[in-house]
Design a protein around this ligand. Structure first.
Ligand code: S3P
Length: 437
């Protein structure tokens, strides 16, 4: 559960301006915590995601015997004492992944290979998200893993042990499933090959390579050899999260008097669909100062008020902006023309049903949006009118509705606004800092 209930009121500011450093990337942070826990020796992880989801990963790994410490006076620097290939121990209690599917699915991959019993659970939202798609491939590798309701949902019970590598075609382009299979493959007998229907975020592959594992990727194909030596502990600086930065990219593009610079933002090509989509829509967006940090591309992003036009989104683009679609729908509300988003059925099984929730809340704000089974049609060029809206206990919805509030006439009142803490605890203070009244 996320902290005390918070109600936030957003009013369109006169100006939206300033510089903002996006928080550490949530996806990369989870992987850095898990892989450093399995490495031999001490890792130093700077700019870790401050969100609650990554705290869930840390909490679970502590119970499995991993040592964590914060650097003095530097709360975003985490020191991890990795335990090596055989150092995890059976937890004395159930492992609680909170709201975080990445925690649950990636840890399940690791725990399937460990010679002890683990029980993984989560909050109400996570316990209603599909786990058969995780259980099936791990079982094919020889793991003993069970879930509630005929293996459909968490809690998951895992009696870990020896597993073997396999060739596996992912049924959906899910980085969480891909990563679970690869993590199990690290400790398997024989090689693991994963085929993805479309490329999806590749942070696991990049980090594994950096830590000395034998991983090769070509297009949609990934080859992994089991570890012959423990992963090497490495010091990392996590790039800013483009999924959080996307709030400011969309806010800056749609507000009539805006100029925002986002520093140190990850621009891994498997994640930059939001940049491509906004540029296609006519956004004045510049990518500056490109560099490589911890084997990930990083840059500063500059956005200013833009006249947007509608686009069509589907196919290979979808996994590259899956978490940004609700925000993109807000951009589409003010764009000229009708935006069509298809092929995004996966959105229905995120922290909320993000198709239904986005359509419902944007309609409350006066938008004309049609719900499709796998996306939505947004009829652009409408003025939004502030009103009371709901987050559906979903962090991305909370931030999306705040960004809509930046251009709505009157007050937008957001209930349960504290859920933003899942990925971006500083979101509300950053919003206040950038907005001038
Ligand atoms: C994530 C993968 C995506 C994404 C989620 C984070 C990851 O989910 O939506 O927010 O860190 O691997 P899927 O793997 O279910 O597509």
């Amino acid at each position: 559960m996320v902290g005390k209930k918070l109600l936030k009121r957003v009013t369109s500011p006169r100006q939206l301006t300033g510089e903002v450093a996006a928080p550490g990337d949530k996806s990369i942070s989870h992987r850095a915590i898990i892989l450093s826990s399995l490495a031999l020796g001490r890792s130093r992880i700077a700019n870790l995601s401050p969100g609650r989801d990554c705290l869930s990963t840390i909490r679970c790994l502590k119970k499995l015997g991993v040592g964590f410490a914060s650097e003095v006076d530097e709360t975003s620097v985490l020191l991890i004492q990795g335990v090596g290939n055989n150092g995890l121990v059976e937890a004395q209690d159930v492992l609680n992944a909170g709201n975080s599917a990445t925690t649950m699915r990636l840890l399940a991959g690791v725990l399937a290979t460990q010679p002890f019993l683990s029980i993984l659970t989560g909050d109400g939202s996570l316990r209603s998200r599909p786990m058969k798609r995780l259980i099936e491939p791990l079982r094919l590798m020889g793991a003993e893993i069970h879930g509630r309701d005929d293996d459909s949902f968490a809690p998951l019970v895992i009696k870990g042990g020896r597993v073997h590598g396999m060739t596996y075609s992912l049924p959906v382009p899910s980085a969480q499933l891909k990563s679970a299979v690869l993590l199990a493959g690290l400790f398997a007998e024989g090689n693991t090959i994963v085929e993805q229907p479309q490329p999806c975020r590749d942070h696991t592959e990049r980090l594994l390579r950096q830590m000395g594992a034998e991983v090769e990727s070509a297009n949609t194909h990934i080859f992994l050899a089991p570890l012959t030596a423990p992963l090497a502990a490495v010091d990392l600086c996590i790039p800013g999260d483009i999924s959080s930065a996307a709030c400011w990219l969309v806010g800056g593009a749609i507000h009539p008097n805006a100029r925002i610079r986002i520093t140190n933002c990850g621009i891994n090509p498997t994640r930059t669909g939001i940049i491509d989509a906004l540029v296609d829509m006519g956004a004045k967006l510049e990518v500056k100062n490109q560099r490589l940090d911890s084997n990930e591309a990083v840059a500063d992003l500059c956005i200013e008020s833009s006249q947007l036009r509608a686009i069509e989104i589907g196919g290979e683009m979808v996994p590259r902006l899956i978490d940004e679609i609700p925000l993109l729908a807000v951009a589409a509300c003010v764009a000229k023309g009708n935006t069509v988003i298809r092929g995004a059925g996966e959105l229905r099984i995120k922290e909320s049903d993000r198709i239904a929730a986005t359509v419902r809340e944007l309609r409350r704000l006066g938008a004309r949006v049609e719900e499709l089974p796998d996306g939505m049609v947004i009829y652009g060029g409408k003025f939004l009118l502030g009103t009371e809206v709901r987050t559906h206990s979903d962090h991305r919805l909370a931030m999306t509705l705040a960004i809509a509030g930046l251009v709505a006439k009157g007050d937008t009142t957001i209930h349960n606004a504290q859920v933003a803490e899942i990925s971006y605890p500083a979101f509300w203070t950053e919003l206040e800092r950038l907005a001038r009244y």
